[in-house]
Structures are given as C-alpha cells and as structure tokens.
Design a protein around this ligand. Sequence first.
Ligand SMILES: *[C@@H]1O[C@H](CO)[C@@H](O)[C@H](O)[C@H]1NC(C)=O
Ligand SMILES: *[C@@H]1O[C@H](CO)[C@@H](O)[C@H](O)[C@H]1NC(C)=O
Ligand SMILES: *[C@@H]1O[C@H](CO)[C@@H](O)[C@H](O)[C@H]1NC(C)=O
Ligand SMILES: *[C@@H]1O[C@H](CO)[C@@H](O)[C@H](O)[C@H]1NC(C)=O
Ligand SMILES: *[C@@H]1O[C@H](CO)[C@@H](O)[C@H](O)[C@H]1NC(C)=O
Length: 256
Amino acid sequence: MFIVLVAYFLLLVADATVVLDVNTTVGESTVLPCFLKTPTLTDLKNLRFYWQDEGKCVLYSFNEGKEMPEHVNELYRDRITAFQQDMIRGNISVKVKNITLKDNQKVFHVFAAVFDSEGIRRYILEHRKICQITLHVAVPYKNVSLTVNKETMTAVCTTQRGFPEPLVKWRLSDKSQHLVDLRDVHTTAVQDPKDQLYSFCSTIDIHGGRSVTCLIHNPTLNVTLIATHVLNKGEAERSLPGWAFGLVVAAAVLKA
Ligand SMILES: *[C@@H]1O[C@H](CO)[C@@H](O)[C@H](O)[C@H]1NC(C)=O
Ligand SMILES: *[C@@H]1O[C@H](CO)[C@@H](O)[C@H](O)[C@H]1NC(C)=O
Ligand SMILES: *[C@@H]1O[C@H](CO)[C@@H](O)[C@H](O)[C@H]1NC(C)=O
Ligand SMILES: *[C@@H]1O[C@H](CO)[C@@H](O)[C@H](O)[C@H]1NC(C)=O
Ligand SMILES: *[C@@H]1O[C@H](CO)[C@@H](O)[C@H](O)[C@H]1NC(C)=O
C-alpha cells in the first residue's frame, strides 16, 4: 500500500511540470508563461523561483520578495522582466526582449519553492521544476518570387533571408483545374554562415500545366506565402503535343 502511494505521488510530481513550446520572431519581445498552481501565496517573502536554460545559465532569480540580478547570466542581462504584481496570483512568467537566433531551440526550466509564513520555516511547496519551455525563433520570409521560363517550360520559385528552412509545395493544374503530377522538382536551400538565414530556390517542369502555384511555408510561424502564375494561351499551346499543333494549323487553313 505504501509503495503504491509513493508511486502515485511521484507520478503527480512528474505530471506537474508543464511542458510548452513558444514560437516567436527575431527582434521581438515574448512572454514565457509559467504558473504556480498549488498553494495560495499571501506574501512574496514566501516565494522563491528562478528560470534557467539547459546550460544552467540563469535568466531570472527571485528570492523571498527580492529580485537577485547578481545571479543572472551575461546572456540574459537587461533582457528579462518579471511581473511582481502578478506573482501573488502564482504568475511567475517572464518577458524576454531582443530575441535573436541565438535563443532558438533553447529549453528553459523554472524551479520554485513556497514557504509557510507561520512560525518555523517549512515548505508548502517543495523546491521543484514547475515549467519547461522550448523557444522556437523565426525570421519571416517576406517575399516569394515565381518566374516562368517559356523556352524551357520551367518555373522557378525563390525566397530570401528567412529562418528556419522553409517547406515548399508546388501545385500544377491543367486547363480543367485538375492537378498534374509534378516532374523534375529541384530544390536547394543555402544558409548564410554569418547570420544563419536561408535563401531558397525550387524549380519544376511545367509542361502540360495551365496554372502553377508555389507555396513557401515557415514551420515556426505557421505562415505560408503563395505565388501563382497563370500561363497564357500562347504558352499553353507550346505545351501541347505535336499533333495538336497540326489541328490548330488545319483550323487556320479552313478559315482562310
Ligand atoms: C501573467 O502575467 C503576464 C505579465 O503581466 C501577463 O502577460 C499574462 O497574461 C499573465 N497571465 C495570466 C494568466 O494572468
Ligand atoms: C534591444 O534592442 C533595442 C532596439 O533594437 C536596442 O536599442 C537595445 O540596445 C537592445 N538591448 C539589448 C540588451 O540588446
Ligand atoms: C520581391 O521580389 C521581387 C522579385 O525579386 C522584387 O521585385 C520586389 O521588389 C520584392 N519585394 C519586396 C517587398 O522585397
Ligand atoms: C513552433 O515551431 C516548431 C518548430 O518549427 C513547429 O514544429 C511547431 O509546429 C510550431 N508551433 C506552432 C503552433 O506553429
Ligand atoms: C497552422 O495554421 C493552420 C490554420 O492557418 C491551423 O489549422 C494549424 O493547426 C496550424 N498548425 C499548428 C502546428 O499550429
């Protein structure tokens, strides 16, 4: 019976860590949310918590009513604010400003303890991990360009200077809006070693297509840029097989 209880308790403790992803954009400020659920606080003097990254560098430290800036790592100096007016309600979120790609994929851990205010100091909430947040940082792709080469019947879709590497999808449809199977798709992404930003180029064969669409998806921002090119009649005829040209010529002759 005792063993069962202990196991159950451990499960509760493990469950109590909230695991979350936060996605944001370079240059912005973002709130990393974390809440103490269990005890009601009466005084910030009974609260102790700190935020650290996976390398144990401290972002923010709060001890018995006071901020402890001397514990904060250089990486996070002057970039973190907490909200003392919200802490009494268990809101121990912090705001990070000047987000850069160096913050991408960082995993932040929040540890907290709450003391009893009466008599001998004892924990109401033992020191433990409350939240774990993974930060995903993006740079939006601002512009997608789609060009069609009528000689080679290829389409080229490009976009520049975003992060992370985008996912590309093509749609090629014929006159009656039916999707045409994609052929000869060549995609290359080049990463700038200085700032980690990607530039991206994808090419497809558009023979047999009437309308071509390129979709560039930024997975972190969940944003898709779309460019469409409708081939005009002349281009469409170029893509017809040889016998069709014969028919066009015959029709022209009859008219004459
Ligand atoms: C927690 O505090 C932050 C900062 O004031 C605020 O942005 C956030 O909405 C608060 N969350 C809740 C649930 O109160
Ligand atoms: C944050 O960004 C602002 C505006 O770009 C800049 O003025 C400031 O120096 C930056 N602060 C830090 C701590 O990097
Ligand atoms: C988007 O790309 C096209 C072609 O490369 C360029 O002409 C245009 O100025 C760009 N627009 C912006 C907002 O960057
Ligand atoms: C946040 O970014 C990650 C990494 O790119 C992605 O897998 C996830 O789907 C994104 N979440 C949302 C809500 O867009
Ligand atoms: C991305 O956005 C679409 C709607 O635009 C939504 O249906 C989908 O659930 C979102 N994906 C994620 C991972 O949040």
